[in-house]
Design a protein around this ligand. Structure first.
Ligand code: SAH
Ligand code: SF4
Ligand code: F3S
Length: 478
């Protein structure tokens, strides 16, 4: 609120002109991010938008002049967390004021803000701003407005113009791995899912914009670029000739950037995996041999009730085709158990699919009824205890798959992009081509480098290995 903003935002008011925050002061920005890779991307972009106003990142909210909570609405528990987190952050701010360190702006964005921004502002009246994922390019104006009008700012519009066209700030990057949003929104309307409502209709960025951003990221040191979209394989941005560019063709162009060594994409929709994309995995060395392809359920009856546009058999066919084209590919997936009407037989169909395909990594959830989605209103809701019991069974099976894949990695030599320090001194942790966490003793100088690692041990969550001196090892797995 303005009383809290006043000590820290100075405004330069020009006669008749807009009010702008003074951009000569250094201010600290704390962003906490929940949810998917797109939220991670958005948080990075918000920091970039605020950088010209003098904001620099801090990882302690107690220091921050601005706190942004970037939220996720996908499941009930995720959304409920927002209010407890806001309460906590408000207390941190009160303490900061009591200590004479000035106030801070408390802002909420992401999918919860998009879905219920107005309720947030009334349920948590100490929140200064709520804005959706499509308007953060306007952050400088929102900050000025909050300072000026002594009240809360709400901006949950879906503007006609795309934020990407208005984000006139260069990319900055910490590390060697970057997310790049190429497509946003979803028109699939799975009956359980809030994303079509919180992110809006599917929209692909023009290829030239994506390539310009990829080049910027490469210049900042990105060795790995992950192309992000809610349905990234539905990407159809216009190319230089005004034609629709496919994801496969976009990947091919990104692969032409010399210093980019690894390309990934997430998340794909099974019914839209085409032959070009499968072929790209065969033809483009830099494209990692790993595909996250959510199936949700193995039961055709449930898939239909979910409004997924694929059957279990169709999913299996896609998986088979991928593995026939590139046998060292690995698949990961998402699952929902306890969807309305799910019988023990339906659940067993899901387990059968898991046994047959052998996903190497998985994310599984109990069905969470979300306000405004058709599945929340379905009559045959499943008892919470049955849901939890099925989730435990499925997770056991999925965990066995992951463990067995990790154990099979023992003795192999893999290329690992080292990206953070490990728990023990001298350890660095990176990711294999298959997204496995790999722990290795390595000099800090190797941080953000791709190194060859011989795997000595494989557990449920990580691999342990040693730097390999064999320069002739095969590209991924020996
Ligand atoms: N666009 C991606 C997924 C986005 S949401 C896709 O189509 O696959 C990420 C995952 O959250 C989903 O794959 C699904 O498994 C899970 N999820 C989404 N809505 C959910 C709900 N209402 N209850 C439980 N899990 C849900
Ligand atoms: Fe949600 Fe389905 Fe769209 Fe994925 S495809 S974002 S699960 S509606
Ligand atoms: Fe969550 Fe929104 Fe992503 S609901 S999963 S943050 S698109």
């Amino acid at each position: 609120m303005a009383c809290l903003l006043t000590p820290m935002i100075k405004t330069n008011r020009t006669e008749g002109g807009p009010t702008q925050p003074n951009n000569t002061l250094v201010k600290k920005l704390y962003i906490k991010t929940y949810g998917c890779q797109m939220n991670v991307y958005d948080s990075e972009r918000m920091a970039e938008v605020l950088s010209p106003l003098g904001f620099v990142a801090t990882d302690t909210p107690a220091d921050a002049d601005m706190v942004i909570l970037n939220t996720c609405h996908i499941r009930e528990r995720a959304a409920e967390k927002v209010y407890s987190e806001l309460g906590r952050l408000n207390k941190v701010r009160d303490k900061k004021i009591q200590n004479g360190d000035g106030g801070s702006i408390l802002a909420v964005t992401g999918c919860v803000a998009q879905a219920e921004g107005e309720q947030i502002l009334s349920r948590a009246p100490y929140v200064d701003m709520a804005f959706g994922p499509q308007t953060y390019h306007r952050l400088p104006q929102m900050i000025a407005e909050a300072a000026r009008k002594d009240g809360q700012v709400l901006d949950t519009e879906f503007p006609i113009e795309s934020k990407f066209d208005l984000l006139n700030v260069p990319r900055a990057l910490n590390g060697a791995s970057a997310f790049l949003t190429v497509q946003e929104g979803c028109d699939k309307f799975c009956t359980y899912c809030v994303v079509p409502y919180t992110r809006g209709a599917e929209n692909s960025r023009p290829k030239a914009d994506v390539m310009a951003e990829a080049a910027q990221l490469a210049n900042c040191g990105a060795k790995e670029i992950t192309l992000v979209g809610q349905n990234v394989n539905a990407y159809h941005g216009i190319d230089e000739n005004g034609d629709a560019c496919t994801l496969a063709s976009l990947i091919k162009s990104v692969a032409e950037i010399d210093t980019v060594e690894r390309i990934r994409y997430i998340t794909s929709y099974p019914a839209e995996v085409d032959d070009d994309l499968i072929g790209a995995h065969r033809d483009i060395d830099k494209l990692m041999p790993y595909l996250h392809l959510p199936v949700q359920s193995g039961s055709d009856k449930i898939l239909k009730a979910m409004n997924r546009r694929h059957s279990g058999a169709e999913y299996r066919r896609v998986a088979e085709k991928i593995l026939a084209t590139r046998p060292d590919m690995a698949l990961s997936s998402d699952f929902i158990v306890g969807f309305p009407g799910e019988t023990e037989r339906d659940f067993e169909d899901t387990c059968d699919l898991v046994r047959d395909i052998g996903f190497v990594q998985s994310y599984s959830f109990v069905f969470s009824p979300r306000p405004g989605t058709p599945a929340a209103l379905m009559e045959n809701q499943i008892d919470e205890q049955v849901k939890s019991e099925r989730l435990a069974r499925l997770q056991k099976l999925l965990g066995q798959n992951t463990l067995s894949f990790n154990e099979k990695s023992i003795g192999k030599t893999m290329e690992v992009l080292l990206e953070r320090k490990g728990k023990k001194p001298g350890q660095l942790v990176g990711r294999s081509p298959y997204m496995q966490a790999v722990v290795v003793q390595a000099d800090d100088k190797l941080m953000n480098q791709i190194v060859s690692v011989k795997i000595n041990n494989g557990y449920g969550n990580s691999l342990f290995g040693e730097l390999s001196t064999n320069k002739n090892n095969e590209r991924f797995c020996a």
